[in-house]
Design a protein around this ligand. Structure first.
Ligand code: NAD
Ligand code: ZN
Length: 240
């Protein structure tokens, strides 16, 4: 169990801080994690829908699932964890927030230097001309078409089996190469390459703190694990 007073002191003194968040950080806003009880939809697992193959086979089915997920996000607000990270950014000279979440809640809370590793559910991308647009229709017309070239639009999401976007990854590696402290909150640490980010930060000598409800595969690698809710632990790290 981590010592909060010591973590707070390190955080105050760190010039460069990188935070990695996962679905657990949005759980207290009411967004289900994939491994939680709402993981299945019409007997499909996310791994059967969030793939380029599923979209090629049946784009309407995949878009229906995204419509359901968009619908569930209506009325959902950022929670205390999102707000604490905005405040942490304000207090830190060099701050980077990397998220695996696609719900857009960090941006809505006001985080500035934000790297959305897996994209954003409120953005669409053309499958031909690759132009990216904001789209917050609920429901979106199925299937949606590109206003420029008429081709089908897909969610601007990195699906299972796809590469992460190179520009995002470059910014991630740059931040991991200079951070003095890293906080990993609400992620199971299973999905690559996010799982390897902890090892990278450790390699350059950063102090790594994990916040989760339970121990994870990262727990043996990080410097300390604080067991608790992100919405309670994170605000506690920045109060003076
Ligand atoms: P995950 O692998 O990041 O696991 C969630 C983790 O959060 C678990 O380790 C759990 O113990 C922890 N957790 C749950 N509630 C918590 C809380 N209140 N405080 C602290 N920790 C808490 O997430 P996943 O659901 O398995 O999703 C995997 C991928 O699927 C993500 O990387 C993302 O791309 C996508 N996804 C995104 C969202 C979102 O945008 N909110 C939701 C579900 C899935
Ligand atoms: Zn197009």
């Amino acid at each position: 169990m981590g010592d909060i007073t010591e973590v707070k002191k390190r955080l105050r003194e760190a010039r460069s801080v990188t935070v990695l968040t996962g679905a657990g950080v949005s759980a207290e806003s009411g967004v289900p994690t994939f491994r939680g009880k709402d993981g299945l939809w019409r007997n499909y697992a996310p791994e059967d829908l969030a793939t380029p193959e599923a979209f090629a086979r049946d784009p309407s089915l995949v878009w229906e699932w995204y419509n359901m997920r968009r619908e569930k996000l209506l009325g959902i607000e950022p929670n205390a964890a999102h707000m604490a990270l905005v405040e942490m950014e304000r207090k830190t000279e060099d701050f980077t927030l990397i998220t695996q979440n696609v719900d857009g809640l960090h941006g809505r809370a006001g985080s500035g230097n934000l790297l959305e590793l897996h994209g954003n559910i409120w953005k669409v991308r053309c499958t031909r001309c690759r132009s990216i647009e904001d789209n917050d229709d609920v429901p979106i017309d199925i299937p949606p078409y590109c206003a420029t070239c008429g081709c089908i639009l897909r969610p601007h999401i990195v699906w299972f089996g796809e590469m992460l976007h190179e520009d995002v990854l470059e910014a991630v590696y740059a931040s991991l190469g200079r951070c003095e402290m890293m906080i990993v909150a609400g992620t199971s640490g299973i999905i690559q390459p996010a799982a390897s980010f902890v090892a990278m930060a450790k390699r350059i000598g950063a102090h790594v703190v994990e916040i989760n409800l339970e121990e994870t595969p990262n727990s043996g690698v990080v410097d300390e694990t604080i067991l608790g809710k992100a919405g309670e632990v994170l605000p506690g790290l920045i109060d003076d």
